[in-house]
Ligand binder design. Sequence first.
Ligand code: NOJ
Length: 774
Amino acid sequence: MVFFHNTGFCASAVRSRRVLFSLLLSVACSFALAQEQNVPHATTSADDTKASRFVSDLLGKMTLEEKLGQMSQISYKDAHSVSHEERILKGQTGSFLFLTDPAEINRLQHIAVEQSRLHIPLIFGYDVIHGFRTIYPIPLALASSWDPSVAQHVQSMAAREASAVGIRWTFAPMVDIARDPRWGRIMEGAGEDPYLGSRMAEAQVRGFQGDVIGSPDHILACVKHFAGYGAAEGGRDYDSANISDEQLWNVYLPPFHAAVQAGTGSLMSAYMDLNGVPATGNKFLLHDVLRKKWGFQGFVVSDWESIASLKTHGFAAGHDDAAVRAVNAGVNMEMTSSTVRDNLAAAVKNGSVKESAIDDSVRDILLMKYQLGLFTNPYISVDHARGELGSTEQRDAARAAAERSAVLLRNQAGVLPLKKSISSIAVVGPLADSKPDIMGSWSLAGHPEDAVTVLEGLRKKLGSAVTINYAKGVEIDRVQPSIFDDLFASPKPVLKTEQERDAEFQHAVDQVKKSEVAILVLGEAQNMSGERASRSTLALPGRQQELLEAAVATGKPIVLVLLNGRPLDITWASQHVPAILEAWYPGTEGGDAIADLLAGDATPGGKLPLTWPRSVGQVPIYYSQNLTQIPNETDTRYWDGSSAPLYPFGYGLSYASFQLSNLKVEASSLRPDGSLTAAIDVQNTAAVAGDEVVQLYTHQRAGSASRPRRELKGFTRVHLAPREKRTVTLTLHGSDLGFWSPQTHQWAVEPGVFDLWIGEDSTATEHVTFSVVP
Ligand code: NOJ
């Protein structure tokens, strides 16, 4: 067995006060060394010395109360017995969240910098998840682009808008692997796969932070939710995650590790308990893995009240105990609850927390504030903010990202793109003309009035030459209140009588009948996914399925455009609706982008970042399972239905079509520290240009543990002109074949025979074998 041995320290650990721990870095760190040249250094070493001297001097002047203040973050929106101004003046808070007004941000910052005793600037945080004022496609959609440069650009544009108003810290990216679409937060991540998830995680960190922390127009990233939140039992938000060590190391932790390697300055601890220990009080995660193994030097913020909720978990005896255990585990800053501010002075006195631990915590926070330039450049220009918000450049970027994120799931008989000769189109559905819905969840600072709906986009695109017959058809009942209802104007439930509803339904069917083709825009209302928005079914909510079936029954060609945050049960549609375009929630420019795609001015090229189930009974479902007794190709896992997915991971069509052939590898073996180049010919066989995502999968045939039947290990999105043929190469690094073995409890690349496939999705058939040699 060949183990990777660390020949040095992780570079990022060298500068740390935790340098001693870095000597103990395990093979997990050396596994990451392959990417180390890309680790951005927040500052040069001369700057480092200056920064740490500055922070040490400051720490030396701080009272314990002021230190605990830096460890406390307050929600601006919540009413408190002590005013925000007083808290700032007394040094009782170091950060606010949920404030977006630039003038108010400046006002509070002036109080902190000019009137508080030590003049320490505040850091303002916000959930800039997929855009700030300009809303970009949801993260699951960005992952569907299979183009990390899109995710990076989107987040750098979002950072530009947010930083313009004074927000210097986003609670993103969310890098939780999710394999259960009932979980509402699946829309915030990159789907099911650790390799794709890692590439998206690092791209987003770079997008938010720029080359170095403190780059102009950029903001601090906060990678969340550390760790395992995506495995909530039953897909129920906040529920426990029980994850084996093997799955934790090989599936759930890699995107976090990639984000740390990419230089994220902060992380957020998760709500749920991981294998019985709440993540916010979990020393194994926050100290042993994050600091000691990975050499993370930024700071950790708890999730909203997740320190106080250690008591709810039945973990901490009270809020005093909760604060002690969270901070001793490795949390630096408390979001919204006040257990730290209220209890840690006493805890320091009675010895349950060392003052040196408080100093370490505060030092990490102050260093980050220093690196962000907050001490030298705390204010913003309100005029500049006005110019940046919703600029043409922002909107253009949003439109381009939405076009690259859409996934074409079906296109029978060339229904799409729409023929230029068409003179009438029905545009039908509860989401066809809904501005808030097209933005999706986590679009808190977005303005619905900025958004372009599908109906508007098509009207602009097709002009007066095409008659558009619009009808809503059905309502999506928005009976469930959203947790954001007080922050954000979600559409209110529409109250209609049964007769009114039936008339609306019939009107929609009539619109379809009198048109040459019908576009049905269906899916989920904005607040049906996101936080606290899990669903027990994947069905199209309300009477949408009925409407779809009635539209198909007219015999007219139907195009289904989906706006949603999770895969839905579209098994019937996949057999009866000739064209299906998955647009996810595409954001402010969604309507324009969808119109471009439907009209053929843009060609869909996205691929699924998750396995699409046939029904909710199949979940959790993912492509990289292990093969076990009677390989499940035989499809006999269920008595009453198929165990194959509706669409495989990596799947997506184009208006072009591609043929992949002639797979070759440059050598038949590689060493764990080496690499192997694979080449394949990709031919665009169509008369239109299009993008193909060429995907490389491997399988280890035997080893110290069973390995997944296939694992993604490389991909690239290429654009091919009509009929163009190109040889595409992908490099496989030996280190990418490493895994954490449940037998050895080590990361290792094990020698042996591997399969390698390259193709258009995870069912790729072009195949070779190679060996890993010691
Ligand atoms: C709770 C969510 O879990 C987290 O993702 C978010 O960043 C915070 N609330 C702040 O809004």
